[in-house]
Design a protein around this ligand. Sequence first.
Ligand code: MRU
Length: 339
Amino acid sequence: MNIEVEGKQRHFAAIWVEGKEVRMIDQRKLPEKLDIFTARNSEDIAFSIKNMVIRGAPAIGVAAAYGLSMAKANGEDMELAMKRISETRPTAYDLFKAISFMKKNEFLESAARRYGMEITGRCKKIGEIGNELIRDNSRILTHCNAGALAVVDWGTALAPMRIAHNAGKKITVFVDETRPRLQGARLTAWELAQEGIEHYIIADNAAGYFMRNGDVDLVIVGADRIASNGDFANKIGTYEKAVLAKENGIPFYVAAPGSTFDFSLPNGDLIPIEERGEEEVLEFAGNRFTPELSRSRNPAFDVTPSKYVSGFITEYGIFQPSGLKSLRSMMEKDIFMNS
Ligand code: MRU
């Protein structure tokens, strides 16, 4: 992704390796500050994932892969390193895919680099394929951040928008602010602004208003885990956007690489849903604005049934939920997905 630093455009990845350390853009600080977080061992990596220094399903997987190769190089206890990293966030399937990939590849640094490069390349392909769905003057709604920050580069849901914009199409993006952590308002809007893509940040509750008014042509979101039948988990609030899209006859697409598909699950009821701390809802920017006696519930994700999905945009093509069997057989023949 291109980022303006001191008046100059520079190309940045969300996470990279420098010598024996892993560096990542500290996503807790954006958009106010472009700070770099350094991880030196598996504990730092586990901290960065759990506390959302880095977030987004594919990026969590890449951080885990780099973390495990670093642990191996440090001579850490690998069972403990895997346990630590696997217990950070339960919903994103990419985390577990990356851990299993690294285990099969003996935690080699070259394997971690390959994992990161493959995932990034596949997300670019998602962008090229998804670009076909975007017409000139399209108005697209997205939820949370499924951009370059959530991958390494390109993004999943944002990749088709980036490529459409680069191809000279005029697009407008409606960005749900995405309470409680504001990944839309802080991160997606920041990425779109850096690329010069026209966008409006809207309150989460405003999506239905714009859809009903005919202001949205297309919805594209990312995913954290997709079950065999096409039910999928994504940021809390995705489900209601999908229902609203169907109600208003708006196509609803989910963009995700093969690493997010969990074919061991028959349906979405079995996807583990992370519940995060109450303070994320009860406080704003560290200040409590709610009654002292109030409690909160804070599920980080919800599950959207496959009947609301027009298609999954993947690196293998676009699949309707009823076509996921052919995606599965393509993935079974894909060497990277099985190594
Ligand atoms: O809690 P987060 O910020 O990690 O949630 C991220 C999302 O829900 C994204 O939409 C999803 O991981 C896809 S990222 C390409």
